[in-house]
Design a protein around this ligand. Structure first.
Ligand code: GLY
Length: 295
C-alpha cells in the first residue's frame, strides 16, 4: 500500500496571487484528496481537482480562461495515467467549460488528441457543460491590451495561471493533468505546452508524475514534463526538478512544476517569484504562494 498524495497548482508568475486563488487551492486539495483517501484512483483525483479549478473561475482555465486576441476563449487540457501510459488531450476547445473531462474521455478512444473540430462534437455528445459569455473584466482587459498594440512579451511575463494536478494513489498508480486558457492576449490559434503530452504533463509509474506551468513557448521546447520524469528514474522529485530547472534557467525559461516520484516524495519548484500551489496527504493540506525557487 502506498501513502496517497495529491498536488495542485494555480499557475506561476511575478505577481503575488490573490488570496482567493490560494483558498481555492485549499478547497480543491481537501475535496479531491478525500477521493484518494477513500481508495479512489490517482486519475479520478486529478480529474476532480482540475474540474474544481476550471469551475471556480479563479484561474486561467475553464470559466476563468483568458480570451485570445479575437475575443474567443480556446481551451487546452491534457491528462495521463502512469500504469497504462494512456493519455488524452484537447486543443483550442471553444464553448465548453471542462476540457479536462474531454481529455479524460479521449484517453479511452482510438485517437488521443483532438483539436476543436472533433473535440467540440464529442463535448456536445457527452453533454460537457457550456461556457457562458466572457465577463466584462476580461473584455476590458483585452481592450486595454489591444490599445497597447496587441500581444507583448511583457504581458506574458506577469502571470501564467494555468491549473495542474498530480497524484499517487494507494495502489501505487500515478496521474498528471493540466488545463489552461493559454497566455493573456495571445494570437488566435496559439498553443502552449498544456495539451502536449511530455511537455505540459507526463506520468509513468516507473518514473514519476509531472505537471508544468509557465510560458508554454519555453516549456514545450524542453519537453519539460517528460524530462523531469526521466530524471526521476534515479533521483528524488526534488533533485530531478532542480536538475531540469538549472538547464531551463540558463536558457531564460519561466516555468513552475509539480513533481511526484514513485515513492511519493514530492516537490514544487519554480523559476518565477510566485507559484500558488499545495499538497494534500494524510498529514493534512499545505498551500503557499511560493515554494522552491530556482534562480
Ligand atoms: N502554460 C500555459 C501556456 O503557455 O499556454
Amino acid at each position: 500500500m502506498n501513502r496517497p498524495v495529491l498536488l495542485c497548482h494555480g499557475g506561476a508568475g511575478s505577481k503575488k496571487p490573490l488570496k482567493a486563488a490560494l483558498s481555492g487551492l485549499e478547497k480543491t486539495l481537501a475535496k479531491s484528496f478525500k477521493l484518494l483517501d477513500d481508495g479512489g484512483s490517482a486519475l479520478d483525483a486529478v480529474t476532480s481537482a482540475i474540474v474544481h479549478m476550471e469551475n471556480s473561475g479563479l484561474y486561467n482555465a475553464g470559466k476563468g480562461a483568458n480570451l485570445q486576441l479575437d475575443g474567443i476563449r480556446r481551451l487546452d487540457a491534457s491528462i495521463m495515467e502512469g500504469n497504462s501510459l494512456q493519455a488524452g488531450a484537447v486543443i483550442g476547445l471553444e464553448g465548453f467549460a471542462n476540457p479536462i473531462l474531454l481529455s479524460r474521455l479521449v484517453m479511452d478512444m482510438a485517437h488521443k488528441v483532438f483539436t476543436n473540430l472533433g473535440a467540440a462534437k464529442i463535448a456536445e455528445a457527452e453533454k460537457i457543460a457550456r461556457l457562458g459569455p466572457p465577463n466584462e473584466r476580461s473584455l476590458k482587459r483585452l481592450d486595454r491590451a489591444m490599445a497597447k498594440g496587441g500581444p507583448a512579451l511583457e504581458l506574458y511575463r506577469k502571470y501564467f495561471s494555468t491549473v495542474g494536478a498530480i497524484a499517487l494513489d494507494s495502489s501505487g498508480c500515478l496521474a498528471a493533468g493540466s488545463s489552461t486558457g493559454g497566455v493573456f492576449a495571445m494570437l488566435p490559434g496559439r498553443v502552449g505546452d498544456t495539451p502536449l503530452i511530455g511537455s505540459g504533463v507526463y506520468a509513468d509509474n516507473s518514473l514519476g508524475a509531472v505537471a508544468c506551468t509557465g510560458r508554454g513557448e519555453d516549456i514545450l521546447r524542453l519537453c519539460l514534463a517528460k524530462e523531469v520524469c526521466m530524471n526521476m528514474k534515479n533521483r528524488s522529485a526534488e533533485d530531478a526538478s532542480y536538475l531540469s530547472f538549472k538547464r531551463a534557467l540558463s536558457l531564460g525559461f519561466q516555468a513552475g512544476i509539480l513533481a511526484l516520484d514513485r515513492k511519493g516524495r514530492w516537490s514544487i519548484t519554480h523559476t518565477t517569484a510566485h507559484m500558488p500551489a499545495g499538497a494534500a496527504s494524510k498529514e493534512g493540506v499545505i498551500v503557499r504562494d511560493r515554494f522552491r525557487r530556482v534562480e
